[in-house]
Design a protein around this ligand. Structure first.
Ligand code: TRP
Length: 441
């Protein structure tokens, strides 16, 4: 008997746990900062609606309908052997590569949380703080320690299975995450910079928008919803067939978007209050935020809450990456779920070592971290998404798609039209541009 989520809410928590991650808290605020604010937010919301939501629905539907892992799901729906099972194979490869570097970043976060709790930020000068990430990256022993710890926690959750592990984990991590985020938002609301942050995010200035921002928005809508690599197919496959995918999908996409906006408000309120520029890029989380929080009264507590929240988000995403791999091997290779978890967590951990060493021992030799990151975000995930949109738009019969919506409603027709024409075109363009950018450096 295949295990199932205990209900709709469990799925929503687990799926939003996968979707809500570093993409929302770290990447969304900094790319919004780099792309001028409000106008970018509008484009982002539109791309979530016209690219993200339809592909999200497609993935959950495919998993739910087939009740199989990301590879075999295509064989079940399309007839064996379906060429589209390549989506699943590439998905497993992506999950493997993403988790190997995600776990290293997860380790940075754990290490920062540890620093906060042991008082490393109390009375630290901005120079000390801005050197902390660099110091950590140069110290391969620490990097390996924290990477190992992060992977152990991830595997420790997944080993419990769907209900007893992932669902239970999500039921603790996600409410904890929401409470902490709401708390931080309330606190930052009283800061002088809140009004500016609000205006920055919601008053569009279209003159700041470039073609590149639009591409960035499409690419990010993918990343933030965990699309294009089998994660939502896998989670969907543990959803009972009777559950209605459409409403559930809207709930998860809405939660993911609300969290991104809330995280943006928190980050920019603090940034503007201390007269900083919103476009400080990737350093925003590991150096700007600690620097700013440490100037506030009670800053250490806020910073501890901040890194706890990021830890929760990263863990709930990491478990879904591991489950993509585990679900396939435990179902197709006659392995127990436990055994598959231990073996593959071990292999991914070992590959992750290469990512951790890319910053120090291997620096100048080969940057595995960057290579795994770029090859998944720019090539594998968009390609998986493109094939998924084509499968959903062109292979699955019209009546079946309409069935997801309870009939040929306007929403059903819109989604079908989008997945036939708009989503594949948008994703293809992003993929080509991303690939050429990456190659030309
Ligand atoms: N959505 C995650 C985030 O916003 C990142 C991510 C991309 C992901 N693909 C994934 C997470 C697959 C889990 C599974 O950070």
């Amino acid at each position: 008997m295949r295990s199932h989520w205990s209900g709709r809410l469990a799925f929503i928590l687990a799926a939003s746990g996968s979707a809500i991650g570093l993409g929302n808290i770290w990447k969304f605020p900094y790319i919004t900062g780099e792309n001028g604010g409000g106008a970018f937010v509008i484009i982002y919301l539109l791309t979530i609606l016209i690219v993200g939501l339809p592909i999200f629905i497609a993935e959950v539907y495919i998993g739910q309908n087939a009740q199989k892992n990301a590879v075999s799901a295509f064989n079940v729906i399309h007839g064996k052997p379906s060429p589209f099972r390549a989506i699943g194979v590439l998905g497993i490869l992506s999950a493997f590569l993403i988790l190997s570097f995600y776990s290293v970043v997860g380790g940075w976060i754990l290490s920062f949380e540890y620093k906060v709790l042991t008082g490393a930020f109390t009375d630290a000068t901005p120079e000390t703080i801005s050197g902390m990430l660099g110091g950590l990256l140069g110290d391969w022993k620490s990097l390996l320690f924290w990477h190992t710890l992060f992977m152990l926690i991830t595997a420790g959750i997944v080993v419990g299975g769907i209900k007893g592990g992932i669902e239970r984990g999500a039921k603790i991590l996600m409410p904890g995450f929401f409470v902490l985020l709401t708390l931080l938002l309330f606190i930052t609301m009283s800061l002088d910079g809140f009004g500016d942050a609000f205006a920055f995010l919601f008053q569009p200035d279209f003159s700041k928008l470039t073609g590149k921002s639009i591409l960035e928005a499409v690419g990010h809508s993918f990343f933030t919803l965990s699309l294009g690599m089998g994660a939502m197919i896998t989670y969907g496959s543990f959803l009972e067939k009777k559950e209605q995918v459409f409403k559930i999908a809207i709930a998860v996409c809405a939660l993911d978007t609300i969290v991104a906006v809330m995280a943006g408000l928190v980050m920019f309120s603090v940034t503007f209050t201390y007269g900083q520029e919103p476009s400080s890029g990737p350093a925003l989380m590991f150096s700007t935020m600690p620097m700013l929080f440490s100037q506030m009264t009670g800053g250490t507590y806020l910073l501890a809450a901040f890194f706890a929240l990021v830890t929760f988000a990263a863990l709930s995403s990491a478990i879904s990456l591991l489950e993509v791999v585990v679900a396939y091997f435990s179902e197709e290779r006659n392995m127990s779920h436990k055994k598959a978890t231990v073996i593959f967590a071990g292999i991914i951990w070992a590959v992750g070592i290469l990512c951790a060493l890319s910053f120090n021992v291997l620096s100048g030799v080969f940057d595995f971290f960057d290579f795994f990151d770029k090859s998944t975000t720019h090539v594998l995930m968009p390609f998986g998404g493109l094939l998924t949109a084509i499968f959903f738009g062109w292979i699955i019969p019209e009546e079946k798609v309409y069935g997801i919506f309870g009939g040929p409603t306007t929403a059903a027709r819109c989604i079908r039209f989008i997945s036939r024409f708009i989503a594949p075109t948008a994703v293809a363009v992003v993929m080509i541009v991303g690939l050429s950018d990456w190659i030309t450096g």
